[in-house]
Design a protein around this ligand. Structure first.
Ligand code: NAD
Ligand code: G3P
Length: 274
């Protein structure tokens, strides 16, 4: 059993180092929240691991801020698996404890996209905090962000299930990250400084060697939006990226094209009910 848990930007190089050294019967699981964007489109990391190592790869995502899990405080997680129920059962057995409840669902892309995209929304939530706005604003941003997470996931993978977003990997992880995560923390500092200190500088100062995922993911999501002409469908995702690279001021996080957002919410082609 191989467990992958590293910042997402290093996965491909790690896989290349492992090539030819892994038993073909091994099973992998990725706890990594992020994706890669290749010239022909986005690639989920579970797929990248399978491609490089030729082994099955499930994912485990959820509302799991590491220090709280380490203190054995009750939390839940979701295993996303491809097809084989016996593999899913073995991962649940490997991870579950009385204080860490694990459920498995057959929606590997949906579970992985929840973990990936919530980091972009957490950056937006951090901007709201840094701007001194209150809980109503943060809740609004989280609601719009969740709608964009669902819409984007279903456009990329029509098999993604609505039910996935109500598991720990979905709404629960969104909530914990928007209130207690590192993405939120660094984005708050970025907005407090009016966007004048870079994310790289703030990450180094505030995270003591740990790595942010949301800013890179916002850039990767933006590449997909540009390539597919979806920018107007996902105004929050696009705005987070533009703020993070300094093309817009942090205050614009509540100032994006609301008309487009309303259209997204009512557009049945993205499977979102207004
Ligand atoms: N920390 C959490 O609360 C938490 C919870 C759930 C999921 N995750 C996800 O797990 C993944 C890993 O997060 P983390 O918090 O454990 O990592 P982290 O931010 O603590 O990053 C440090 C790790 O990255 C490794 N690293 C640094 N540079 C590297 C390089 N060039 N090549 C390879 N490895 C390198 C370090 O050795 C170290 O193990 C992320 O995708 C994150 O979103 C984290
Ligand atoms: O600290 P963050 O923002 O990387 O979030 C950590 C985990 O993803 C929460 O489940």
């Amino acid at each position: 059993m191989l467990v992958f848990c590293t910042p997402h930007q290093f996965v491909e190089s790690i896989c290349k180092q492992l090539q030819g050294k892994v038993n073909p019967n091994a099973k992998a699981i990725s706890l990594i929240k992020g994706m890669e964007v290749k010239p022909d489109g986005p690639v989920m990391l579970s797929k990248l691991i399978t491609k490089h190592l030729g082994i099955d790869c499930s994912v485990l995502m959820g509302a799991n801020i590491a220090n709280e899990v380490a203190m054995e405080q009750f939390s839940e997680a979701t295993v996303g698996y491809k097809a084989d129920t016996s593999i899913a059962k073995s991962w649940v057995q490997a991870f579950a404890t009385p204080y860490f409840h694990v459920a498995a669902i057959k929606d590997v892309e949906g579970v992985e996209l929840c973990g990936t995209l919530k980091n972009v929304v957490a950056i937006a939530a951090g901007f709201v905090d840094g701007l001194g706005m209150g809980n109503n604003t943060k809740a609004a941003i989280m609601r719009i962000g969740l709608k964009e997470m669902i819409g984007f996931s279903k456009l990329l993978f029509p098999t993604v299930s609505d039910a996935t977003f109500f598991e720990s990997c979905g709404v629960a992880d969104l909530i914990t990250t928007c209130f207690g995560g590192r993405n939120r923390k660094v984005a708050e500092a970025y907005a407090r400084n009016g966007g004048k200190r870079s994310f790289d500088e703030l990450e180094a100062e505030l995270l003591g060697g740990q790595k942010l995922q949301g800013v890179l993911t916002a850039g990767e999501v933006f590449q997909v939006l540009k390539a597919r002409n979806w920018e107007k469908k996902f105004p929050l995702f696009a705005t987070v990226h533009k703020i993070a690279i300094g093309h817009l001021p942090p205050s614009t996080i509540v100032d994006y094209d609301n008309e487009s957002a309303q259209k997204l919410h009512r557009n049945p082609s993205v499977g979102v009910i207004g």
